[in-house]
Design a protein around this ligand. Structure first.
Ligand code: THU
Length: 165
């Protein structure tokens, strides 16, 4: 038996530290996207903004439903919108933020497993890594280049393509 360690590369920026300008601009759009969040059940509002290679910025807010599983995370709202409105245009980066009605979010909001898997599909399709920038209302900001840093050992389409011969 062998134990293998996986190293993840995560950039962390302190509250006062200078984020790259482009990250800051996209985070501002993610904050704007909070206005489109519909979260009466969790009261946890998530805003996402995706920057596309053609310069378009597509925003999304989480959409909840009385039948809970029918809801959708902000990231997937933004990414599915981007993919269907601008097919073939790569997603360069995605910024995320969250605001809760009940407490102050002091840590960056990180995408759920399903959103990570969707980001992986987009990356694979476009053959280009996505930068993911994550922030809460207060505290540090985190950023990664590529979904592998958030979803190691992920499920890829190649796994569907093996043949016996
Ligand atoms: N949520 C997102 O929109 N994105 C995430 O990355 C994590 C969770 C939403 C789903 C639900 O509407 C609320 O946050 C609480 O889980």
């Amino acid at each position: 038996m062998e134990v293998k360690l996986i190293t993840l590369k995560i950039e962390e920026y302190g509250a006062g530290e200078d984020l790259p300008k482009s990250d800051r601009a996209l985070l501002n759009k993610a904050k704007e996207a909070l206005e489109g969040s519909y979260a009466p059940y969790s009261e946890f509002h998530v805003g996402a903004a995706a920057l596309l290679a053609n310069g378009e910025i597509v925003m999304g807010g989480n959409q909840e439903n009385a039948a809970y599983p029918s809801g959708m995370c902000a990231e997937r709202v933004a990414l599915f919108h981007a993919q269907s409105s601008f097919p073939g245009v790569p997603v360069v980066s995605v910024a995320l933020t969250a605001q809760c009605d009940r407490f102050v979010t002091t840590h960056p909001v990180t995408p759920c497993g399903a959103c990570r898997q969707v980001m992986a599909e987009v990356e694979k399709k476009q053959e280009q890594l996505i930068r993911i920038v994550m922030q809460g209302e207060e505290g540090i900001t985190q950023a990664v280049n590529g979904i592998d840093q958030l979803l190691p050992l992920l499920f890829h389409e190649e796994k569907l393509k093996k043949s016996k011969s």
